[in-house]
Write a protein that binds this ligand. Structure first.
Ligand code: GLY
Length: 369
């Protein structure tokens, strides 16, 4: 099995995704990018800093021109322009120039903030992704989407900016809390559902090893998942078309995330949104009833929710309208033609969305019925 994948941008080699079981080969990879002559700044959150901040900094110190670390408070609440501003100030203070580089060490929030800072500081400097969460390793570190939340809207301000390298340390997955680990798994399941029946079946066959975080199985899972993501983003890097397939489960998922005040993890909301989208696909007679129930129930052994309480279904419908995935006032909804084949549909009605949200809405009344 290879331990690296090259991602193309506009048909040219752009950056590699390197899979490793430690940070030991990181410097070797950075050296290839001319980092010995550069100033490097690791950007990380307070939680990841406790685990890997100093290890990563030590790997750079004495090898590059100067190495720094910037730590922000852990959590989605930090994913805003205020954090970006603080990083700009830090970089200015340290004399960061065009040729210097940022290293995003952490999960999706860190990658998005760091990438956006890199995209805008001095009109753009290089950055590298060092994803440590499953969600970041499988999804958000690849494809150059960067950005922050704005006024309660997720990823409302951002830019496409390709990283120079994605270095995946698989061992970092062992230190993740269960909830965070399985939340990331939702995006992997999504890749199978939208593009690859064989991969979806492989995930189910390897359920036990995935839950146990077996290193060899994790490597194969991530390689196959990243291969799907790579193919999608290479074909449509700036989401003019098919990249939107990756938003499967995200229209209703993002609305639930917001309605629940970010109390649920992103992947948990994606799982709920995926069940709702599969429900609409069944009701449109694209999927059979058996396929719908199979998809729904496949999230359960991976500790992902398939129903949610404390939401007002009509509010979720309203929130889907403010999502970014709109075109000409219509929601670009992702449905399934079959397991392993998704398509974009702009004709999904409010009534269909409402019925799907009611399907995943768990209320006390239902519990006592
Ligand atoms: N996470 C969806 C995308 O990268 O397009």
């Amino acid at each position: 099995m290879p331990d690296r994948l090259m991602v193309l941008y506009q048909k040219n080699p752009c950056y590699e995704i390197v899979f490793s079981a430690s940070f030991d080969e990181l410097w070797e990879e950075l050296e290839k990018l001319g980092c010995a002559d550069r100033q490097l700044c690791i950007v990380t959150d307070s939680k990841v800093d406790e685990y890997y901040g100093d290890t990563a900094l030590k790997l750079l110190e004495g090898k590059c021109r100067r190495a720094f670390k910037y730590v922000f408070a852990e959590g989605e609440e930090s994913k805003n322009l205020d954090t970006v501003k603080e990083i700009y100030k830090f970089l200015i203070e340290k004399g960061f120039e065009r040729g210097d580089m940022l290293l995003a060490l952490g999960g999706g929030v860190t990658g998005d903030i760091t990438g956006y800072t890199a995209a805008t500081y001095l009109r753009g400097i290089d950055y590298v992704q060092l994803p440590t969460s499953l969600l970041a390793q499988a999804d958000s570190s690849i494809g150059g989407k960067t950005g922050v939340d704005f006024d309660g809207y997720k990823n409302m301000v951002g830019a496409f900016k390709m990283p120079r390298l994605v270095y995946v340390n698989l061992a970092a997955l062992q230190t993740l809390g269960d909830r965070q680990y399985f939340s990331g798994f939702a995006e992997i399941m999504k890749h199978g559902l939208i593009k690859d029946t064989g991969f979806y079946e492989w995930l189910i066959e390897n359920m036990y090893e995935i839950c146990e975080r077996d290193l060899d199985v994790l490597k194969e899972m991530l390689l196959r998942s990243c291969m799907i993501k790579k193919q999608v983003v290479e074909k449509d890097p700036t989401e003019q078309g098919d990249r939107a397939l990756l938003n499967f489960g995200h229209t209703i998922g993002h609305a639930i995330e917001k309605a629940k005040n970010f109390e649920l993890f992103h992947g948990e909301c994606v799982a709920l949104g995926a069940v709702a989208a599969a429900y609409i696909s069944w009701k449109r007679e694209l999927l059979s009833m058996e396929e719908y129930y199979e998809i729904r129930d496949m999230f359960v052994p991976f500790y992902l929710p398939i129903s949610v309480d404390g939401i007002a279904p009509q509010e979720i419908v309203e929130l889907t309208k403010s999502d970014k995935k709109m075109q000409g006032g219509k929601i670009k909804f992702v449905l399934l033609k079959k397991i392993g084949k998704a398509f974009i549909d702009s004709t999904v009605t409010e009534e269909e969305i409402l019925a799907a949200v009611r399907e995943i809405h768990f209320s006390e009344e239902d519990a006592h019925a």
